[in-house]
Design a protein around this ligand. Structure first.
Ligand code: 13P
Ligand code: SF4
Length: 309
């Protein structure tokens, strides 16, 4: 493993490449990355990359967003099967028909969607800026929010805005079990719950803090509590435990029928350290976004970045 890590670091230098990784990636991949962050941070960094190659250790929509923001760079993804259930839940043809039903509505989409969906969008948002983006829209303006209904419901609850929601969800965040969470809280009454807003409303109601992956890490750093239950993908525990080595972090439990009791994203986890090496060596699979879609999709992403400064 150490040898492979060294080979990746060497190859990265030789090829003038950077590795951008999401917090849900395997720990070893996070360790060879130049930057590890949430969706917003990764987009902001991707837009400014000067190196020739961006190896995106994350899922497809994240690599696509990097390509849209920095089209002259070669963007590579270790495995093209690194998809996302939320992005898949919103097929472009169906979404176009849905949009037609609401001609007066502004379209806000969560970044977890394809480039084609972004090309049909007015403003993109991520979990870290969703409330800010919605609050920036005049009150009388009706809104479609897609594709995550759970994040959508959370935004409605926080802002009081009525929004038409697309019926999509994240398989990982919908797998948390409320019953098991309540039992865990009884065992650890001194623990605070931090949750990602892709989680269902009944989980979010229990949370002391709700935010993006980066926001969750910041919260456990700043909050004086010593024990936290973490309701998001288990990969976050790597950077989080490095940030607060003295604190106790407990992953929120998933339903019995979930493939992984600790809530791993099967899409994020198709990337492996070996695939990162192969991808960098062969400079493939490469991400391509057709020019017409790229140019249209750039507009709502740039609006988001301007509102996030
Ligand atoms: P963050 O932007 O909070 O990192 O979320 C990305 C994601 O895919 C959550 O499931
Ligand atoms: Fe998509 Fe959910 Fe995986 Fe995030 S955790 S990449 S939303 S499937």
């Amino acid at each position: 493993m150490e040898e492979l890590k060294q080979k990746i670091l060497q190859l990265k230098k030789e090829k003038n490449a950077v590795i951008l990784a999401h917090y849900y990636q395997e720990f070893e991949i996070q360790d060879v990355a130049d930057y590890v962050g949430d969706s917003l941070g990764l987009s902001q960094v991707a837009a400014e990359v000067e190196a020739d190659i961006i190896l995106f250790a994350g899922v497809h929509f994240m690599a696509e967003t990097a390509k849209i923001l920095n089209p002259n760079k070669k963007v590579i993804l270790p495995d093209l099967n690194a998809g996302c259930s939320l992005a898949d839940s919103c097929p472009p043809e169906e979404f176009a028909k849905f949009k037609e039903k609401y001609p007066e509505h502004l379209v806000v989409t969560y970044v977890n969607c394809s480039a084609e969906i972004k090309s049909m969008t007015d403003i993109v948002c991520t979990s870290s800026n969703a409330l800010k983006i919605i609050n920036s829209i005049p009150k009388e303006q009706p809104i479609i929010f897609a594709p995550d209904k759970n994040l959508g419901k959370y935004i409605i609850g926080e802002t009081g805005r009525e929004m038409v929601l697309w019926d999509g969800a994240c398989v990982v965040h919908e797998a948390f079990s409320l019953e098991k969470l309540i039992n865990l809280c009884k065992e650890h009454p001194d623990a605070k719950i931090v949750a990602h807003p892709e989680s269902e409303t009944h989980i979010l109601k229990t949370a002391h803090y709700i935010g993006s992956t980066a926001g969750m890490i910041e919260f456990v750093k700043k909050d004086p509590n010593q024990k936290f239950i973490i309701a998001t993908e288990a990969g976050i525990l790597h950077k989080m435990s490095q940030a607060v080595p003295e604190k106790t972090l407990i992953p929120a439990p998933a339903h019995e029928d979930n493939t992984c009791a600790c809530s791993e994203c099967m899409y994020m986890k198709v990337n492996t350290l070996q695939k990162v090496y192969d991808c960098l060596l062969n400079e493939t699979p490469e991400i391509h976004v057709p020019k017409e879609i790229r140019e249209k999709a750039l507009v709502p992403i740039e609006r988001m970045l301007a509102l996030s400064k």
